[in-house]
Each structure stands twice: as C-alpha cells, then as structure tokens.
Design a protein around this ligand. Sequence first.
Ligand code: AHM
Ligand code: MG
Length: 339
Amino acid sequence: MSTLTKRVSLTQYLVEQQRHHGLIPSQLRLLIEVVARACKRISISVNKGALGDVLGSAETENVQGEMQKKLDVIANEVLIEANEWGGHLAAMASEEMESIYVVPNRFPQGEYMLLFDPLDGSSNIDVNVSIGTIFSVLRKPEGGAAVSEADFLQPGTAQAAAGYCIYGPQTTLVLTVGAGVALFTLDREQGSWVLTQDKLTIPEDTKEFAVNMSNLRHWAPPVTRYIEECLSGSTGPRGKDFNMRWIASMVADVHRILTRGGVFLYPWDKREPEKAGKLRLMYEANPMGFIVEQAGGAATNGHTRIMELQPTRLHERVSVFMGSKNEVERATAYHQEAA
Ligand code: AHM
Ligand code: MG
C-alpha cells in the first residue's frame, strides 16, 4: 500500500467518528470542517506577515479593554464569515466581540453555538512566535425562542466539541468530540488537514511547569508554595529538578504539555483581586480543559474542575491550572489545605 493511501484526512476522520461511534451529527461535522477551513485562511494571513500588511495594531479596543491587533480583527471576521451561512449555527461568541453574534435571518439557523478566541497569544503576533485559534462548541438549548447570551452560559461539561489550531512552525489542528484527542497537520501543498496523531495522552507526572514567573509576588500563598517547591529542585520537598517554559501563547504552552507533559498555570493575582484570573472561562479555559481531560490530564481553577464551573457571564475570567494530572491535583490540594 502506498503511503498516500494511508493518509487520513479530517473529513475521513469525522465521517468515521460519525459512522462507527455515532458521535458527530452532520451539522457538527459541517461546523468542524468550516472552522478548520477558516483556520486555514487565518494561517495564510499569519504566514504572510508584513507582506500581507497584517502586523501591528488595529488601533481599536476590545470588550476586555485590550488593544486589538490587526490579526485579531481579521481572524474574528474570517471565523464569522465562514460560519454564518452554513445552517449549522444559531449564534457565535468571541473574545473580540462584546455581545453574541446571532446568525442573521437570511440564513438558516442551526442547532449549535460556537465560541472562540480568534487569535490567542496576540502579544506574539508581531514577534513571529506561535499563536492560535481556540474554539468551543455548545448545543443551543431546546425550545424555539431566539438565542440569547443566557443560552451560552453552560458549563464546560456541556461542550459537544472543542479544539485549537496553532500557527507555528507547522500549522496543526487539535480536536476533541469527547472520544479522545486527535491531531491534524496542515499539508500546504494539498490544502488538506491530515491526521498525524490520534489518542494524544498527557503523562501523569512531569518535571516542567509553565507560568509567568514575573507575577510571583502577586500570587496567593498556595500558588507560591507550589512553584517555590518546584524551584527548590532535587534538594527540596519534591526531590526533583523542574524545568520552566513560558511562550505566552496558551495554545502553544498547552500544546507542548499535550505533547510531552507539563503543567500550565495562570492563577489569580492580587493586583486585580476582583478578577478571577486573566484567561477567559468560556472560550479559553473550557475548550482547553476539555482537550486536556480527554488526553488524560486535569484542569481546575485551584478548587473546582474548570468544566464544572457554572458561567455567569460570557467574558468571565478564571484561574487556570491544567496539564499533567498529578501536578494539577497537587496544586489543587494546596488550595484546599490553605482554605
Ligand atoms: P490573549 O487571548 O489576549 O492573547 O491573552 C491570552 C494569553 C494567553 O495565550 C497566554 O497564556 C497569556 O495571555 C500570556 O500572558 P502574559 O502576557 O502574562 O505572559
Ligand atoms: Mg486568548
């Protein structure tokens, strides 16, 4: 058999999941394929960089009060345009938009709702470091009423699918529909997504952590304790030396953890005590938490499993501890002891 015939495309993978496991209704399959196609378009823009005039600031502010980069705006538009007309969605929500985007009346309404961070790791765009798109899929609640923001406020356990695409040295798409995690690599010549790894698993133990260490003095005591114990190395209570990595793109940091283990932390800090954390629950922590759990890892806010948190607002923030199971459990136990 030639190597070509062995290649499994994203479409084939989805059809097989549908056929053999009954996991992916046709609207969900269309949705995932459309998101993947949009990511391909975003990847083309990212790759052009200065040649495509896509670097730098858009000179506008998003709902989070952050300055938008040109690519934040472009990626948001690409995802909306690609997804609004296919009949698979009722509405969308994005880090870059204050309110939900209801599919216009001129298009058929679908059963699903899509949330996304169109370009995660925006601070890395202009310095040519990996960035990505994160997405989460929810079902529209039963009942004929017009979709509203309240319909989106479902816990992460309700996600029908989640994924992310990394625009890095390779463009890769990582996907879960609740039956493990699959990794697809973009074949640029063919323009297709090829399955390059199935059933990704995160080792339960690790010697590597990812955190923005410059915030150490602002953390709560359980977080400082956890990191200081890692830093004290083989002569400290952990009895082993730890390595640290921080890319400042959650997609890239979590992708490394999916590949070789590790623990990712973005905890609450006392400079802005009213904010639970920096990262957003619904379109960052929930989809990444779903993927990490599907790969055998864990994800908590220091107290509770992230996917069980009941969202109260679309742009709600959350503390994040995710990755290798035993490390997340340890950091979570330190919070419980402190409480
Ligand atoms: P963004 O969605 O506006 O890009 O912000 C989220 C990013 C994460 O990808 C990353 O983990 C974190 O912010 C980096 O924060 P810091 O600048 O503190 O290193
Ligand atoms: Mg983000």
